[in-house]
Design a protein around this ligand. Structure first.
Ligand code: PLP
Length: 455
């Protein structure tokens, strides 16, 4: 027998070869294939990654807001290796020690009442199964979601999605209705000087109005990102989530919170709903659950949902549900989050990042608004602060944003921009010095946006 190792990590290709071969045979998400220009990424540690030319990048977006603990943590790597050596796979109908442990570990951080989990492979699948569960439990079909939202790219999840990623996928699944968001900066419901209480009341009245026309007895769930992610870090004013909870209770509607991006410390709490002490009926998560060391999502369910499925068959399943290696990554990831107090660090560094964002707003006329909670932040860029004309259209693009990203990349900062938004979502292990250094570069970069400002 020959001694063969299948090593894909020793870099044997040049950057150009890596990109050319990747583009020739593999297909990229959300892109016209001819337009993609990927970074040939080779290794990563902490808050940094390197390309095939040895250039270092600060990861200001934790890839897709998912590498929560940072890159290359030996504790997670070792857990994955050990699980692979012992039991790389067990079918979804098996009980395993790692499955038992993850259930217990996850239950130690989820809100009271959400202590049972269905394990899937990512955010979209988690949301897909949340829809399925809500419909089965309530016997109702309609789902109310919001316009400024993203919930994933599978059939149901992309129908829930309110943003333009839905358009090309329509018509989606039947029975999904969209409502407006508590987006103070642009909401026509908000009047300059209104208190949060007044604004929240107007938002909730609008929800009630939609329910009246739809028939609340036909609505299975209200499905929301508790803090909106890619659509602009919309932090709900105090009272909004509590109000939605109350409306749902009144009509027997399930409240489903998609914590795929906000969960596991991103907002400075274990889950975003914890900030307002609201407990949804179903809560979905993925990304930070393993910090993306391996793919995993979960649907957390309350007693009402769990009880229903005690005697009613759940008509759903996946070959890789509760995959031992992914679960091992999650157990280790949760322990790292706890051991290193990364949720606390997210809260503390979030405060620093919030101040840095507010400083940018004070200094740059192109900054219309900044929004942040924990290490979840974004800068909304405008051509004119009074009219709030966005620097790039709703459908994305625009020369200023392209130049801005190119500048940041050149300076070794990997950032996520979309439409007129520049996101700031670093790994939760970031230090104050690292934050200050990267914000210096953002400060320089915003001169590009300022040039587009006009009266
Ligand atoms: C809030 C939210 N929900 C769901 C998803 C979909 O997750 P996945 O890409 O793992 O399917 C995402 C992904 O960005 C997300 O941000």
């Amino acid at each position: 027998m020959t001694d063969t190792t299948f090593d894909t990590t020793t870099v044997t290709m040049t950057a150009e070869e890596m990109v050319a071969l990747t583009k020739e045979h593999t297909f990229f998400s959300w892109s016209a294939q001819g337009a993609v220009n990927p970074i040939p990424m080779t290794r990563a540690k902490g808050v940094y990654f390197w390309d095939a030319n040895g250039k270092r990048y600060f990861d200001l977006n934790s890839q897709l807001m998912c590498v929560n603990i940072g890159y290359g943590d030996e504790r997670v790597i070792r857990a994955i290796q050990q699980q692979a050596e012992t039991l790389a796979y067990a079918g979804p109908s098996m009980a395993t020690q790692v499955r038992a442990e993850l259930g217990r570990e996850l239950a130690s951080v989820t809100p009271d009442g959400l202590k049972k989990f269905f394990f899937v492979l990512g955010g979209a699948e988690a949301n897909e199964n949340a829809i399925r569960m809500a419909r089965a439990v309530t016997g109702r079909q309609k789902i109310i979601a919001r316009y400024r939202s993203y919930h994933g790219a599978t059939a149901g999840a992309i129908t829930l999605t309110g943003d333009q990623r839905r358009w090309a996928n329509e018509p989606g699944i039947p029975g999904v209705i969209h409502i407006f968001d508590p987006y103070k900066y642009r909401s026509p419901l908000y009047r300059e000087g209104d208190s949060d209480e007044v604004f929240v009341r107007k938002c909730l009245d609008q929800v009630e109005e939609v329910l009246m026309y739809e028939g609340p007895h036909t609505v299975a769930a209200i499905f929301i990102e508790p803090v909106t992610g890619t659509n602009g870090i919309i932090v709900p004013p105090d009272g909004y989530l509590q109000g939605l909870r109350e409306i749902c209770d009144r009509y027997g509607i399930l409240l489903i919170c998609d914590e795929v991006m906000t969960g596991l410390g991103r907002t400075g709490a274990w889950f975003a709903v914890d900030h307002w002490k609201v407990v949804p009926d179903i809560m979905t998560m993925a990304k930070g659950l393993t910090s993306a060391y391996l793919p995993l999502g979960a649907v957390a369910i309350n007693r009402r949902v769990a009880d229903y499925f005690e005697n009613n068959v759940f008509y759903g399943g996946l070959t890789y549900s509760a995959h031992p290696m992914c679960l091992a990554a999650a157990v280790a990831n949760l322990r790292v989050l706890k051991e290193d107090d990364l949720v606390g660090n997210s809260r503390r560094m979030g405060k620093v990042m919030g101040e840095l964002l507010e400083d940018l707003k004070a200094e740059h006329p192109s900054v219309g608004d900044v929004r942040h909670i924990g290490l979840f932040g974004c800068i909304e860029l405008v051509k004119n602060r009074k009219t709030k004309e966005p620097i790039a259209p709703y459908t994305g693009g625009g020369p200023e944003m392209t130049k801005l990203v190119a500048f940041l990349k050149e300076k070794g900062v990997y950032a996520f921009t979309w439409r007129n938004l520049l996101h700031t979502n670093p790994p939760l292990c970031v230090t104050e010095a690292e934050l200050r250094e990267v914000f210096e570069i953002i400060n320089e970069a915003l001169a590009i946006a300022d040039e587009a400002v006009r009266d």
